[in-house]
Design a protein around this ligand. Structure first.
Ligand SMILES: Nc1ncnc2c1ncn2[C@@H]1O[C@H](COP(=O)(O)OP(=O)(O)OP(=O)(O)O)[C@@H](O)[C@H]1O
Length: 597
C-alpha cells in the first residue's frame, strides 16, 4: 500500500460507515419525506466534498462549485431528457445537439456531463491557477457569474431562465450513496497524495512551498479540475433528483448553502465537509418548518420570513467565533481515532553534493525602484565548506539569498548553479536542482505536522516508488527531531522551528544549503546545538553551506570562508582570521572614527 494510502482507506471507511447506515435506515425504515431528505443530504455531501478538494487544500474559497453543478445538471439533462418533450420544450435546439440529445441512460448522462465539466474546468483553470488568495476567490465568483449568464442567455438549449423539465428522475438514496462514497474516497485519497500534501503546504506558505520544490500552479489546477468534476457529479444527481430546475437553482443561494456546510464542519478536512453538511441539512429542514409557521407543543407559531437564512448565518457566526477551523478542526476524524505509526527513518539520505557541483554568483546587482540593494557582487560557494555572508543591517544579505534562489531575480549579473543560470529555471525547480534554503523570518507550514513539513520537500526529489516519509524521518533525525514528527509545526518552540526549517531543506538532498540567520532568537545553548548540527551536515553530507548571520562569534567558529557586504557592495572576502583583521570590515561594523581610534 503506498505511503498515505492506508490512512486514506481508514478515513474513507470511517466516513462511509455512517453514510451507509443512514442510507439503509432512510430507505428501509423512514417515511418518504425523510428518505428524500437523506438523498438530498448525500447529493450535498458530494457537492461539498468537491468544494473541499479545491478550497480545503488550496485555502482559496471557491464560489465556483454551484457553477460546476449547473454544468453537470444541464449537461446530463440534455442527454437524458425524455425524447417526447424535446419538440415542445426545446423546439429550437441546434441540430448538432439535437442529434445527441435525449433518451440516454443516467450513466451516459453522467459521463457526458463530466466530460463537459472537465473541459470547462480545464479551460478556466489554466489562468485561475496562476492566482492565489482573494484574487483567485474573486475569479471563481467570476466563473459562477459566467456560467449563470451563459445558461440564462442560451435559451435555445437551456430554456433560459424558465424551468427545464422532462428530466428523468432516477436518483434513489442508494444511487446518491454510491456517488457520495466515490467522492469521499477520491477526496480522502487526494489529501494524502503528494499532490494533496504539496497543495496544503502551499496553502500554509506559498513562498516556502516553492522553495521546497512545489509546483503551486500545477497543484492548484489539479485540485480545481478534480473538485469541479466531483461537484459536477453532484449537479447531475440533483438534476435527476429534482426532475425540473432553472439556472437560479444553481446560483448564490446554493453557493451560500454549500459554503455554510463546509465552513461549519471545517474547510480543512473531508470529515468536516461530511459532518458540516449533515448539520446544515438538518438545521435548514427544521428552520424551514418553523419559517412556515409550525405548531410546537400545541402552540401555533407565526410565519417568519427569512428565518432559515438568518438562522444559518447566525450559527456560522457563532461557530466561527468559537472555532475558527470549524467543528471538525484541522485533522480528519480517522487521524484522531487511528493515528499513523511513526515511519522508520531511511538510512541517511545521501545529499546531491559531489565535488563536481558549483554555485557561483557573477556580478549580481538588484535594484528596488531607485534603491540599489546589491551591486556587482561576485563569489562562489564551495562544496563541502561553510561560507559566511555577513554585513551590517540593510547590507543586502537577504536580497542576495533571495536572488540566488530565484525568488527575487537579479536586475543584473547572474547566478550559476552547476553552470545553469537560475533565472532561466522556474523557481520551484531550483530546489530539486540542488539548492535548499531557510528563511530569515521562519516560514513553516504551520498547520501541517513536523513530518508533513519535511515530507513535502522529500516528495519533490523522490523517485518513483521511493518512500519520502522515511527520507523525511532521516532528515529530521539529522537535526534531532524524529521524536517530534507528529507534532503540529506551529506548536514547536522557536529553536525547534528553526531546526525544522533546516530539516525541510535537507530533505531536498541539496548540494548547497542557504541559511538566512539560522541562530536568530536562539539562546546560547540552542546556538551551540545548531553549530553542532551544521558541522555534522558539513562533515556527513558534504553540502556547501552559505550562512547569513549577525552572530559574528558563530560565524567565526563555523565558517571556512567569509564574504562581507556593506551597502550592497562586497567589501571583503577570505578566511575568518583575514576578515577579522580587515580594516574595511572593521570600519563597516563599528564606523570610521572608532575604527581609526
Ligand atoms: N522588496 C523590497 N522592496 C524594496 N526595498 C527592499 C526590498 N527588499 C529589501 N529592500 C531594501 O534593500 C536593502 C537590503 O535589504 P536586505 O534585507 O537584503 O538587507 P540585509 O543585509 O538582509 O539586512 P538585515 O540584516 O537587517 O536583514 C535594504 O535597504 C532594504 O530596505
Amino acid at each position: 500500500m503506498p505511503r498515505l494510502g492506508m490512512q486514506a482507506v481508514k478515513g474513507t471507511i470511517t466516513l462511509a460507515l455512517p453514510l451507509i447506515a443512514l442510507t439503509v435506515i432512510a430507505e428501509l425504515f423512514l417515511p418518504a419525506a425523510l428518505a428524500r431528505l437523506a438523498t438530498l443530504y448525500l447529493i450535498y455531501v458530494t457537492a461539498v466534498v468537491g468544494m473541499q478538494i479545491y478550497s480545503g487544500n488550496s485555502g482559496i474559497i471557491s464560489f465556483g462549485q454551484a457553477g460546476f453543478m449547473a454544468l453537470g445538471a444541464y449537461g446530463s439533462a440534455l442527454l437524458t431528457i425524455q425524447p417526447a418533450v424535446i419538440s415542445t420544450s426545446l423546439p429550437d435546439l441546434p441540430g448538432w445537439l439535437a442529434a445527441i440529445a435525449g433518451g440516454q441512460s443516467l450513466p451516459v448522462g453522467m459521463a457526458g456531463a463530466l466530460l463537459l465539466v472537465g473541459l470547462v474546468a480545464t479551460v478556466f483553470g489554466l489562468p485561475l491557477s496562476r492566482l492565489g488568495g482573494a484574487a483567485a476567490s474573486i475569479a471563481t465568483l467570476g466563473f459562477l457569474v459566467i456560467v449563470h449568464v451563459t445558461l440564462v442567455a442560451s435559451t435555445d438549449i437551456t430554456r433560459g431562465s424558465q424551468t427545464f423539465f422532462g428530466v428523468p428522475r432516477g436518483v434513489s438514496a442508494f444511487t446518491a450513496l454510491v456517488v457520495a462514497l466515490v467522492a469521499v474516497a477520491v477526496a480522502r485519497l487526494y489529501r494524502g497524495t503528494r499532490a494533496g500534501l504539496a497543495l496544503r503546504a502551499a496553502r500554509e506558505d506559498e513562498v516556502a512551498a516553492r522553495a521546497s520544490g512545489v509546483n503551486v500552479v500545477r497543484e492548484r489546477f489539479l485540485a480545481w479540475v478534480l473538485g469541479g468534476l466531483v461537484s459536477g457529479a453532484a449537479g447531475v444527481l440533483l438534476a435527476h433528483f429534482l426532475g425540473a430546475f432553472s439556472p437560479k437553482d444553481f446560483h448564490f443561494n446554493l453557493t451560500f448553502l454549500l459554503m455554510s456546510m463546509l465552513i461549519l464542519g471545517g474547510i480543512s478536512t473531508v470529515s468536516g465537509a461530511v459532518g458540516g453538511t449533515a448539520l446544515i441539512v438538518v438545521m435548514v429542514d427544521l428552520l424551514r418548518r418553523l419559517e412556515g409557521g409550525a405548531e410546537v407543543l400545541g402552540l401555533q407559531l407565526p410565519e417568519v420570513f427569512g428565518l432559515t437564512d438568518i438562522g444559518v448565518g447566525l450559527v456560522i457566526l457563532a461557530v466561527m467565533y468559537r472555532l475558527r477551523d470549524g467543528l471538525f478542526g484541522l485533522r480528519e476524524v480517522d487521524e484522531r481515532l487511528f493515528p499513523e505509526p511513526a515511519a522508520a527513518a531511511a538510512p541517511v539520505a545521501p545529499s546531491g553534493a559531489t565535488d563536481q557541483v558549483s554555485l557561483t554568483v557573477e556580478g549580481v546587482g538588484r535594484r528596488f525602484s531607485g534603491l540599489v540593494a546589491l551591486e556587482d557582487v561576485s563569489f562562489s560557494v564551495r562544496p563541502g565548506l561553510v561560507t559566511g555572508l555577513i554585513g551590517p543591517n540593510g547590507a543586502g544579505k537577504s536580497t542576495l539569498i533571495n536572488a540566488i534562489c530565484g525568488i527575487v531575480p537579479p536586475s543584473s549579473g547572474r547566478v550559476l548553479l552547476n553552470g545553469t543560470d537560475t533565472a532561466l529555471v522556474p523557481v520551484h525547480e531550483i530546489p530539486s536542482r540542488g539548492l535548499g534554503r531557510t528563511f530569515q523570518n521562519i516560514r513553516l507550514f504551520r498547520n501541517l505536522s513536523v513530518l508533513e513539513n519535511v515530507t513535502v520537500a522529500a516528495d519533490a526529489v523522490a523517485g518513483p516508488g521511493e518512500d519520502s516519509r522515511a527520507a523525511a524521518m532521516a532528515a529530521l533525525a539529522v537535526v534531532g527531531m524524529q521524536g517530534l514528527a507528529a507534532r503540529p509545526a506551529s506548536s514547536l518552540p522557536y529553536g525547534a522551528q528553526r531546526r525544522l526549517e533546516i530539516a525541510r531543506a535537507l530533505a531536498l538532498r541539496p548540494s548547497f544549503l542557504l541559511l538566512d540567520e539560522p541562530a536568530a532568537g536562539m539562546n546560547p545553548a540552542e546556538t551551540d546545538a545548531l553549530i553542532a548540527v551544521l558541522r555534522q551536515i558539513r562533515a556527513d553530507h558534504r553540502i556547501g553551506l552559505l550562512v547569513v548571520e549577525h552572530d559574528l562569534k558563530l560565524i567565526m567558529r563555523l565558517c571556512d570562508h567569509i564574504v562581507v557586504l556593506n551597502k550592497g557592495q562586497m567589501i571583503a572576502e577570505g578566511p575568518p582570521e583575514h576578515i577579522r583583521a580587515d580594516p574595511a570590515v572593521i570600519e563597516a561594523y563599528i564606523g570610521k572614527r572608532r575604527a581609526a581610534a
